[in-house]
Design a protein around this ligand. Structure first.
Ligand code: ATP
Length: 294
């Protein structure tokens, strides 16, 4: 009986632990699922990056399932330290580009290079180390706000975390919470708004200081003051970084080195904001539509 009781008691504790960290677990399963998709080639070395690298998509085609091609012959270059923005309707394949660059999946045709090296031929871990992602919806761990900002940089001191929070304009918000940087957040703690979560992600990225940045803009509308502030913060984070922006609002992309307009997995138009307006095509239509709705 005792023998049975102990494991059951242990299971009870385990169950509570699991329930408490459901958010973390969900995230872990999510990542594990993705991990299975790709494996490093035998003898793969870490990617070598000095300074700010160039990023290239060379004739990339990709499908999640063999029967349903998603991307068709995508080629573009993000010169070192510049920003390329991707726009287009829902389901066009924009976020798929960012997943491929972060190497959640390997491309089936063509190649993606960072600093001239095919990301399929180097270790996945080193590719991810070189890239910071500010995702659409940041998952927060059921832990302190400090832990959430330092996530991925476990050695970071409070002073360093605070400096990143100040730069991401979330320090004052944190200071106003009951326990400051020790306040618990996540499902079971303080709930943060979409904008606050994005700021946590920006602070995290500032701490990581990667040479390549992916910004997947939130689809959910932030109020316009918040949106402008986040854009300004992001621009300062993106300084001297090679950046891919998946944009849902065209105001984000005006200053991009190049804008790619995607539809059904293809680039249907490309150029600077001014060039695309002058071309009077899909982008110009989208721009006019967005201006009138604002
Ligand atoms: P949105 O603006 O709505 O975020 P998007 O342009 O970023 O859309 P993607 O998320 O890249 O679009 O999706 C492109 C296509 O790939 C969609 O048709 C989607 O259904 C499909 N897709 C996305 N993820 C998967 C997956 N894990 N397995 C199968 N199909 C997927």
């Amino acid at each position: 009986m005792i023998q049975l009781y102990i494991p059951l008691g242990f299971l009870g504790v385990l169950y509570r632990e699991i329930k408490q960290s459901l958010t973390d677990l969900e995230r872990m399963f999510h990542l594990m699922e993705r991990e299975r998709e790709i494996a490093d080639v035998p003898g793969a070395q870490p990617i070598r990056i000095e300074g700010t690298p160039e990023v290239r998509f060379e004739d990339v085609s990709f499908s999640y399932e063999a029967a349903r091609p998603i991307l068709h012959h995508i080629s573009f270059v993000i010169p070192a330290g510049k920003t390329v923005a991707v726009v287009g309707p829902s389901g066009a394949g924009k976020s798929t580009l960012s997943r491929l660059l972060y190497r959640f999946y390997d491309v089936q045709q063509g190649r993606i290079t960072i600093a001239g090296q095919d990301i399929k031929q180097v270790t996945q871990a080193s590719v991810r180390h070189a890239i910071g992602i500010v995702p659409q919806d940041t998952v927060l761990f059921n832990d302190t706000i400090e832990y959430n900002i330092a996530y991925g940089n476990p050695g970071a001191s409070r002073a360093v975390v605070e400096a990143a929070a100040r730069a991401a304009h979330i320090h004052n918000f944190i200071n106003a919470t009951p326990a400051g940087y020790d306040t618990m957040v996540g499902e079971r703690g303080l709930k943060l708004s979409g904008g606050e979560k994005q700021r946590v992600a920006i602070a995290r990225t500032l701490l990581k200081n990667p040479p390549v940045l992916i910004f997947d803009e939130a689809t959910s509308a932030l109020d316009s003051a918040n949106e402008r502030a986040i854009q300004a913060e992001l621009q300062s984070v993106a300084q001297n970084k090679t950046t891919l922006v998946i944009a849902h609002r065209l105001s984000t992309v005006v200053d991009a080195h190049e804008i790619l307009v995607m539809e059904a997995g293809r680039i249907v138009e490309r150029g600077s904001h001014a060039e695309l307006l002058a071309a009077n095509g899909r982008y110009a239509q989208m721009w006019a539509l967005q201006q009138s709705s604002e």
